[in-house]
Ligand binder design. Sequence first.
Ligand code: OSB
Ligand code: MG
Length: 387
Amino acid sequence: MTITLSEIELSLVRLDLVHSFETSSHRKTYLEHIVVRATAEDGTVGWGECASPSDPYYCGESTWSCWQVLGRYLAPMLIGRPWNHPEEAARHTAKVSDNHFARAGLDMACWDLYGRRRGEPLADLLGATATAVPAGVSLGIEPTVDALLAQVARHVEDGYRRVKLKIRPGWDVEPVRAVQSAFPHVALQVDANTAYHPDRGDLPAALDGRGLLMVEQPYAPSDLLGHAALAARFETPVCLDESVTTPDVLRTALALGAADVVNVKVSRLGGLGPSLAVHDLCRDAGVPVWCGGMHEFGIGRAANLALAGLPGFTLPSDVSGSDKYYRQDVVAPAIRAVDGMVAVPRGGAGIGVEVDTARLARHTRRTWTVRPAPARAAAPAVEDCRV
Ligand code: OSB
Ligand code: MG
């Protein structure tokens, strides 16, 4: 089946968060993601989401770098060029290095479109076997331990099966102790988002031996040796997030013993193809994986769920109902946790949910429509600013 895209529309969409979210590097009250709508020559539409953080703190990308890279490079490189599989579409843009969040938005739209053309859910195309996955929630840094305990209580009552706490120097052992003594049975893990350093300000030894499921990304992304030394010293499994940007980096990390567990994140890896490769490498190495998120709206969330249904995802993922984050999502049916489980969407072909285009338009702040350049003059792509 050959697909050729005739139009790619980018929409910058803002949704307010129900509860502000703070990590070791920043605090957010709303999120702006880029929704990608890819249209094929036969009129079939595929949807993708670029869930880049607004600022270049989690990685080097930002909303604006993604906007420019998608509009100026990735979309023009793909448009008008036939492909038979989303991984072939990704090869059409291979010339662009890095920029994984930008790439993931377009990649997802290609997979959705491909699934819709074949009449198959994305989950089945990827090889997902689960019908639902355990819901795990990621809780931000709160102003006080009591405020954190209230958040944990709310999510445990709602049936969440696993809780992840963001930590940083000064907010680590105390909140972990408090949560463990108030909720002794909750499956708990922590995520440092690179806030520690092996020589200056190391992860406190008191965090170890407490039965945490894992400690995620304590050190800088490039410090694989530091993570390997920690993994040898700590009883608690060490999980890599920011470090694992490609399957090749993962192979190095595994060879060094730097990862006991891996967080597979579609955005960070630049799409579903490399995410599958990371899943397979970890399965072959006997390393458990789980699916991480970037507070995706329903589009990206649906794709994450399809991936999280694969058999190698043996640990609970950061997949929650989108109502945990947004008052009103842009997809239907809404993604919800029921009895601590979130269904893998198979309600239709592709990502398995439909985009509510009226709702999307209401939250869209600007759009950029990319069409094939006319044969002669190299016309620049048009940016249509609505605000
Ligand atoms: O490190 O996993 C992370 C959100 C923004 C930036 C980094 C991270 C996160 C999350 C969100 O933890 C998890 C989710 O989407 O539910
Ligand atoms: Mg993380």
